[in-house]
Write a protein that binds this ligand. Structure first.
Ligand code: PFF
Length: 466
């Protein structure tokens, strides 16, 4: 069954659509993944390449996705089919939507495990706030090694990890089951502004106290010899992961935008906001890392292991830490809601399923897959699926899910979307939807038809080979 245009819920206003799209883009990808990738990939070269990817590949792709969604007015797969049909192109391009759905499904399974880590830290800081002197740093009565042991202790506890993952998934399901306007808008409208304010305050505080100059040097000094194929693939993957591209979400949300929304300027706002938050996250986290002498290349544990130690050293640390992790939770929730929304709309539109039961059913399946990711830190630590391939060498299931989505599926989905938009969609349809003045429209078409396919294929091959 196909939902007709009039039966679809829409956003109550343009700003609600923007907030929800920004909410989907800004999340653990900015706060947790960007600093981790910047650290393990050597800083400046990665960061600058990432920014280039956002501008030259990410932004043009984002406009393509919301454009397909608004014209198609359905789930991602359905929207692609409608656009193909209206352009006289093959309906096989539906694969773009189907891959996206799979990506969203896979990403949410490990994203929710991370969401569980965030919940754990909210509990730890809240507990500390009630027991320790208010004005001192957090964890006054703890030794340094006890503080540093917080994350390893969590990772070694399979029951707690899975339970927290379950709680995070349950909250996500709750909001998606409530539907677009009631659930997602509430999360985005109230939580995103709160998030920006809190985040900025902590960053400004850090700028005055931490190793800020060293951070600027690390993040923005371009050393060409550090730009290897794998660093490039990492930068590209980060750009797409962070902008929520290639994962059906922006197509799905584009379908909720009304005809008066200018898609080009909206896309620019989304990309600008998302990239700013990633850079601010770097400026927030690295001064603390350098000042405390932590390992910049700690990877996925960077944010979770270093920040609590930093909060232990600053005044009113338990309160600041609590606020920080509450804010990370909000950011993660607006993304996880988007990740679940895409497959749920697919089920509702394609099979006529009911929204609530679809959210619960698909959410449960994601929970089960995520449980394997959670267990890869403990019980399944020796399991290295795909370990025979160098891209996945020594990776547990959690890391395999992250690498496979960001570095394989996202570039492939992006490549197909660029070819579809640049070469297959009816030129008049694209022209009518883009909302760009003539000159810029030509630049965009050139980027999407030539630059994106060549760059995506090139980076993907160079990255995989190296
Ligand atoms: N962009 C989100 C983040 O940076 O945390 C993660 C994400 C959400 C990726 C939705 C993909 C997606 F479809």
């Amino acid at each position: 069954m196909v939902a007709t245009q009039s039966s679809r819920e829409g956003w109550s206003s343009r700003s609600a659509f923007i907030l929800a799209a920004v909410g989907s883009a800004v999340g653990l990808g900015n706060l947790w993944r960007f600093p981790a990738e910047a650290g393990t990939n050597g800083g400046g070269a990665f960061v600058i390449f990432y920014i280039l990817c956002v501008v030259l590949i990410g932004l043009p792709s984002l406009l393509s996705e919301v454009l397909i969604g608004r014209h198609g007015q359905g789930s991602a797969s359905e929207s692609v089919v409608r656009v193909a049909r209206d352009s006289g192109a093959s309906e096989k391009w539906v694969v773009i939507g189907d891959i996206g759905m799979l990506v969203a499904f896979l990403i949410l399974s490990f994203y929710s495990v991370l969401g569980g880590w965030v919940l754990n830290y909210i509990g730890v800081f809240a507990g500390d706030l009630v027991t320790s002197p208010f004005l001192g740093g957090a964890f006054q009565s703890w030794s340094d090694s006890e503080i540093e042991g917080l994350l390893p202790a969590l990772l070694e506890d399979p029951v707690k990890l899975v339970a927290l993952h379950a709680v995070f998934m349950a909250i996500t399901i709750f909001f998606v089951a409530r539907g677009v306007t009631k659930g997602i808008e509430f999360v985005a409208t109230f939580m995103m502004p709160a998030f920006f304010l809190l985040f900025l305050a902590i960053t400004i505080y850090g700028a005055f106290t931490g190793a800020f100059a060293e951070t600027l040097d690390f993040l923005f000094t371009f050393e060409p010899e550090k730009l290897t194929g794998s660093v490039m693939l990492a930068g590209l993957g980060q750009a797409f992961f962070s902008l929520s591209l290639g994962s059906a979400i922006m197509i799905t949300y584009g379908a909720y935008a009304d005809r008066t929304t200018n898609l080009a300027s909206t896309s620019a706002i989304i990309a600008g906001a998302d990239t700013s938050v990633a850079l601010i996250a770097g400026l927030c986290i690295f001064p603390i890392v350098f000042a405390a002498g932590f390992d910049v290349a700690a990877g996925p544990t960077l944010m979770f292991q270093t920040l609590p130690a930093a909060f232990s050293a600053i005044p009113v640390g338990s309160l600041v830490g609590l606020l920080f992790f509450v804010m990370v939770f909000f950011a993660a929730l607006t993304s996880s809601v988007a990740l679940l929304e895409a497959p749920v709309v697919w089920g509702v539109d394609r099979f006529g399923w009911q929204r609530q039961s679809t959210a619960i059913g698909i959410g449960l399946a994601i929970f089960i897959l995520g449980t394997l990711a959670a267990l890869s830190f403990n019980v399944l630590a020796d399991w290295h699926p795909l370990g025979g391939m160098s891209l996945f060498a020594n990776q547990g299931f959690f890391d395999v899910l992250d690498t496979f989505t960001a570095k394989v599926l996202l570039p492939v989905a992006a490549l197909l979307t660029a070819i579809f938009t640049g070469w297959k969609i009816d030129k008049r349809l694209v022209r009518a939807e883009s909302g760009l003045p003539d000159g810029l429209h030509k630049v965009w078409m050139f980027l999407i038809a030539y630059v994106c396919p060549v760059a995506l294929a090139g980076i993907f091959i160079v990255g995989i080979v190296s």
